[in-house]
Design a protein around this ligand. Structure first.
Ligand code: NIG
Ligand code: FE
Length: 430
């Protein structure tokens, strides 16, 4: 033990957390995801210390056996507090032009999400607004949203295009996401969602829009290296499984793996088409029955639920309890977007998962850390507190224990975060 600690060197980026009430989400097994009963496995160490050097977790242990460390290390006293791996948000649409509370009021008065979309609202409304905004304006707005999310505990994120719906505006969105990626301290993955809705001009000729995506958008996106993944909104009133297949085959030629919006509005074959194309994830899943569960069990595709969307639209919650009990892994993400989920605070997603979907706090945390890392191909470096993984961590306020986080549903309990080894005070947030 002692020999190992002598090799610690001191540099400006060192951070030592001491007196941690409970260090949570430990894992030295190098698993990339947890499924079924494994989702209950959430290791903790009480009365602990943890050392960060540069952007990595170097070591941790019990306070009773804290080693002699070089003097002058920046030390944070975590008495009464939990330290956890950051949340990973594997599904967001944070590049957008404007809020859509008028549609919220229309839904209160009885219109459905599909009816509003059918009448030219919804995604098309966001696309019309986005086309009037410059790349710089979109970047400023999205980057500031991201800073708020980081303060709330998000330590890696996926961001989708999909409010462009034209060659110029989809590229504009993806360039904004690329700038966010370059400017951000946390990992950012970019997903091309040109197939989010059929633009009005193509309503009578859907194939022409699909061909535009395949023949014009994908080659340009590839040439500028603007996307990591390909998404399609495969659902009632949007894209069919056949169209989705065609789009995914085209994207695969450019090396883009699939992350699909599916089964939000009905049993529409989204899960099956995602699995057929070996998608990295299939997201939403409000309509998931026995066939979908059986199909997912035969796959390596991560099922992702977005309970903020169910809460806000008043649609069913994905049946995660049933899915875990059937042996599946599950992931939870925010879906932050101006239409169906105008909020990206992962602490609220945690509360919804426990209160509405009946996940235990431990299962929900695994769904938002290691399994979410899998859904972004980041499990080797993120998603748990493990030696040599990246030091993307959350430090809570003083709390009784893990269950208090989802229990106290309106409160932000994240006091500080560490991203890439740097301490960021979350005091500026609510
Ligand atoms: O994931 N369902 C499709 N896309 C988004 C909502 C987009 C919007 O309404 O602006 C979602 O919920
Ligand atoms: Fe979404």
């Amino acid at each position: 033990m002692l020999l190992k600690f002598i090799t610690y060197f001191r540099n400006m980026a060192d951070l030592l957390l001491i007196n941690i009430k409970s260090l949570e989400g430990l894992d030295e097994s190098k698993v990339l995801l947890k499924k079924g009963k494994e989702m209950q496995d959430w290791q903790t160490l009480s009365d602990a210390w943890l050392l960060v050097q540069n952007d990595q977790i170097i070591d941790y242990g019990k306070m009773a056996a804290i080693p002699a460390l070089p003097e002058g290390i920046e030390t944070i006293d975590c008495s009464g507090k939990l330290v956890l791996p950051s949340f990973i948000d594997s599904h967001t649409h944070i590049v957008f032009a404007a809020s859509r509370e008028e549609e919220f009021v229309m839904r209160i008065k009885g219109k459905s999400y599909e009816e509003i979309a059918e009448a030219g609202g919804g995604i098309l409304n966001s696309a019309a607004k986005l086309s009037k905004m410059s790349e710089d304006e979109l970047f400023e707005a999205a980057f500031s949203r991201l800073q708020q999310l980081i303060a709330w505990g998000t330590g890696a994120i996926e961001i989708k295009s999909g409010y462009g719906l034209s060659v110029a505006d989809e590229l504009k969105m993806l360039r904004v996401i690329k700038r966010i990626k370059e400017a951000s301290d946390i990992p950012v993955k970019a997903t091309f969602l040109g197939a989010h809705a059929i633009p009005i001009a193509f309503k009578q000729n859907r194939n022409a829009y699909i061909n535009l995506i395949i023949d014009e958008m994908l080659p340009l996106i590839h040439a500028e290296n603007l996307a990591d993944y390909m998404d399609v909104f495969c659902d009632k009133g949007f894209f069919t499984p056949e169209e989705t297949s065609e789009l995914l085959v085209a994207a695969a030629k450019y090396g883009l793996k699939a992350k699909i919006h599916g089964n939000e509005l009905g049993y529409t074959g989204g899960v099956q088409v995602a699995v057929k194309h070996n998608a990295l994830s299939v997201d939403h899943l409000e309509y998931t029955g026995e066939d979908e569960i059986a199909c997912l069990l035969q796959s390596e595709t991560m099922p992702v639920a977005l309970p903020g969307c169910s809460f806000f639209l008043g649609i069913p919650y994905a049946p995660l309890r049933k899915m875990i009990d059937a042996g599946l892994p599950v992931c939870l993400a925010s879906d932050y977007n101006p239409g169906s989920t105008p909020n990206g605070r992962m602490g609220f997603v945690l509360s919804l998962a426990c209160a509405q979907m009946k996940l235990t706090p431990e299962e929900a945390m695994n769904a938002m850390t290691i399994n979410a890392a899998y859904a972004l191909e980041l499990s080797e470096t993120h998603g748990s507190i493990s030696r040599n993984k990246k030091a993307n961590l959350m430090i809570t306020k003083k709390v009784n224990g893990l269950a208090y986080l989802p229990y106290s549903f309106g409160e932000n309990l994240i006091e500080n975060v560490i991203v890439a080894g740097k301490l960021i005070s979350a005091k500026q947030s609510f």
